[in-house]
Write a new protein. Structure first.
Length: 101
């Protein structure tokens, strides 16, 4: 399974939706800030849909042109949780690429 997603709007984005049959077996997540001049704050989390949110990272600033690699303890039960990412609205519109493997 590989998921490739570009994010250019300021909303929270669901990468893996709960109960859709897509596995939550995640080995690595790359988050690239493609903005040429602005650092972007990013959150990656799982959400059960009833207000329980568990963060892998929260408000981590990724410098412009840099990539953050997460590669430990990322797997989750996709029948119970959705995988979502959000960006810090104070840093303008994002220009992120996310790759999940």
């Amino acid at each position: 399974m590989a998921i490739y997603k570009n994010i250019t709007s300021g909303t929270t984005t669901t990468l893996i939706t709960k109960n859709t049959g897509v596995s939550g077996r995640v080995n690595k997540m790359l988050i690239s800030n493609n903005n040429s001049s602005t650092a972007t704050g990013v959150c990656a989390m799982i959400d059960d849909g009833s207000g329980n949110i568990f963060y892998f990272i929260r408000d981590v600033k990724i410098p412009s042109g840099a990539t953050l690699v997460l590669d430990d303890n990322l797997s989750f039960d996709s029948s119970q949780y959705s995988l979502r990412v959000a960006h810090d609205s104070g840093s303008g519109n994002p220009n992120l690429t996310i790759i999940i493997k």
